[in-house]
Structure formats: C-alpha cells, structure tokens
Design a binder for this molecule. Structure first.
Ligand SMILES: Nc1ncnc2c1ncn2[C@@H]1O[C@H](COP(=O)(O)OP(=O)(O)OP(=O)(O)O)[C@@H](O)[C@H]1O
Ligand SMILES: [Mg+2]
Length: 350
C-alpha cells in the first residue's frame, strides 16, 4: 500500500520535442529521454515500437510498417500517435489510467507561438495519456528555469532554444516573456541542407541518419582551426549504385550557412524589438543558448561575433526544457502565474 501511495502522488514535467521526448518525474529527475518516433503496423495502426527502438527502423522498414514522427516543427502533427507515445512512457514509469497508478499534475512545454486552440489540444493529449491535470509552459520559459536563470526578477534574460524542428528566441523578465520569436529553422533544417548539398555537389542520395552523423562529427558554424573530413556512403544518382565520397568540414559549413544566418537574424530581430532597458540587461548577462543544436561546434562563437554579445551554452542543453518543466511542477505555487497565464498580454511576438 505504501508504494501505491507514493506512486499516486506522481507529478511530471514533459518536453515533447520534434526530435526527442523527455519526462521528468518530480523528486526523481529525468526518467525518459528517447527520440520522438513511433512505428506502427500500416494496416491495423497498431503500435509496434516507440522511441529508440522505433528510431532503429528509420529508412529500413518493409511496406507494412510506418515510422511516424508525431511532431513536426515543434508542433504535434499526429495527435493519436503523440498520445500513444506519451501513454507508453507513462506506463513504463509506473503510471496508467487506473486510480492508484495515475499521474496528478503534468507541466508540458509548448512552443511560444501556439494558438489557444493548439495549447488546448496539447493539454488534451496529456490528459488523454493519463495525467489528471495539465499545465502548459512556453518552452523558452521552461528552458530559462532549467538553466536556473532568475526568471522572476526584474532583469532581462535572452534565451535561444535551438532544437530539432524549431528555434525559439525569447527575452524573459519578471516571470513573463517580453519579446519572442519562433522559427522553423533548427537541426532538422541543417540536415535537409546537407542532404541537398550532397545531392547537388556529389550527385549522391544520402539518408537522414548519415547527414546527422556528418553534422555532429565534422559540422561547425565557424572554422575551428583544424581541417577535418568524413567518408559518406550513398546511392549514385546516375548509376543507382552505392558510392563513397569524402566531405570536408568547410563543405558542411557552406551547406548550413544560410540556415545559421536565419537563426542569427531572428536573434537580432528580437533584440531590436525589445525595450532599451532590457537590451542593456541582455548585453550584461549575454545570450543563453540551449537545445540540441546549440551543441553544433562554434555556434556560440558565431553568435557572439555576429551580434556583439557574449554567448553561453547552458549546462546539459538537451535536457534544459525538461528540467525546467520539472522545476515548474515541483514548485507549482511559486510558478503558478507563469503556468496559469500562458498568454502574456504584454508580450510582443515577432
Ligand atoms: N553534437 C551536436 N551537434 C549538432 N547538432 C546536434 C548535436 N547533438 C544533437 N544535435 C541536434 O539537436 C537536435 C535535437 O535537439 P532537441 O532534443 O533539443 O530538439 P527537440 O526539443 O526535440 O526539438 P524542438 O524543440 O524543435 O521541438 C537534432 O536536430 C540534432 O541533430
Ligand atoms: Mg525542444
């Protein structure tokens, strides 16, 4: 009975990302950290695999299996699958829909540009997956909490979350977002850039996992001093046969330069729109970057060089939003205002 009571009091924080889904269990920390991918039987729609297991199937499935990413550009595109995925994880960490194993409160991160209807449907997914009560928090705010920035103080912090599907830029002050911008350019776009570059330059078709490896291994936003290269295999577009090429770090930089420029421009726009006092604070505190794509080598150097503001990568950038949702659910009274007034009337969305 004792353990049942403990389970009964479970609160969770959720970061349902385009690339990765994380769940933070109050009092414990991050307990789920898996790719946002599901595999289903194409005929019956029955769930076959979730997360890491489903990711292994990407590009390798027979016709009767569909591999689905339930989120596109940070937004849930397949509600049924998103709910199935979440339900699967909640079950794994000991929840379910029966009274004694359910979850009480859930705080879930959402992109800052969602409409009220879209927010509501995210809440529905969380409730449908087994939580009793759902709160939404804007992802930049969650990221700021996760980075332990003083969000409730009258000083501004500029946070940039560069994930898989979206980049969110926000200036946060006194528990609210003052200016924010969300753009659909992030890690996935860099991968698309690389696929296109290799196709145009080498006449070779390569898959997503290949360019992901290329980006992580030799990708950088600025030259790093040492020249590197990597062997890449794909299908020759003319002969249809396998072929191997060598890609240099400078070529990866060329391929992704335009997308990185769009991200830099978005940060600049947010700064230009912010009230002057807050710009002063930003200059003092620097830019805080998080999200998986903040791990692209040299991206901090690129921002500080282009924008003239010191840029710092937060600790453990891939789990920052999830830790923020966890902190919010563990201190629900303290952050109630942030959670219950998700749309800030003073906020400028650009
Ligand atoms: N070392 C690395 N270098 C460059 N990119 C990386 C690295 N590690 C991870 N990434 C990229 O980070 C992205 C995933 O980051 P993250 O988990 O923060 O995204 P997400 O939260 O799922 O997406 P979103 O917030 O857009 O919905 C992927 O595009 C991945 O390629
Ligand atoms: Mg994210």
């Amino acid at each position: 009975m004792r353990s049942r009571l403990l389970i009964f009091s479970k609160d969770i924080g959720i970061d349902l990302g385009t690339a990765n889904s994380l769940i933070y269990l109050a009092g414990r920390g991050i307990v789920i950290n898996e790719p946002s991918i599901t595999a289903v039987n194409a005929k019956t729609n029955q769930l076959l695999a979730v997360g890491e297991e489903a990711k292994k199937m990407v590009g390798r499935t027979p016709a009767q299996i569909n591999v689905i990413r339930p989120l596109i550009n940070g937004v849930i595109s397949d509600f049924e699958m998103a709910q199935e995925m979440l339900r699967h994880y909640l079950k794994r960490i000991g929840g379910g829909s029966n009274l004694f194993a359910g979850f009480r409160k859930a705080v879930i991160g959402v992109p800052s540009n969602l409409t009220e209807v879209e927010r509501k449907s995210v809440e529905d997914v969380v409730i449908g997956a087994g939580a009793a009560r759902a709160y939404v928090i804007e992802e930049p705010m969650a990221a700021a909490l996760g980075a332990r920035l003083p969000v409730n103080e009258p000083t501004a912090n500029l946070i940039v979350d560069i994930g898989g599907g979206t980049t969110e830029v926000a200036i946060i002050s006194m528990g609210g977002t003052v200016v924010s911008k969300s753009l659909k350019v992030a890690g996935d776009r860099l991968n698309e850039d690389l696929i296109r570059f290799i196709k145009d330059e080498f006449k070779l078709a390569v898959g997503e996992p290949t360019v992901e490896e290329l980006k992580i291994n030799i990708g950088s936003a600025v030259p790093l001093g040492e020249k590197t290269e990597m062997q890449v295999r794909g299908r020759d577009l003319a002969t249809g046969l396998p072929r191997e090429i060598t890609v240099r770090d400078s070529q990866v930089r060329t391929a992704i330069a335009k997308s990185l420029r769009l991200i830099t421009e978005a940060i600049k726009e947010v700064i230009e729109t912010a009230p002057p006092e807050l710009v002063g604070d930003t200059l003092k505190h620097g830019i805080h970057i998080c999200g998986g794509s903040s791990l692209l080598k040299g991206i901090d150097t690129l921002f500080s060089r282009e924008l003239g503001i010191a840029t710092n990568i937060v600790d453990d950038p891939l789990t920052c939003v999830a830790r923020g949702t966890g902190i919010a659910v563990e201190n629900i009274e303290k952050y109630k205002q942030i959670l219950e007034n998700p749309i800030n009337p003073r906020e400028i969305k650009i």
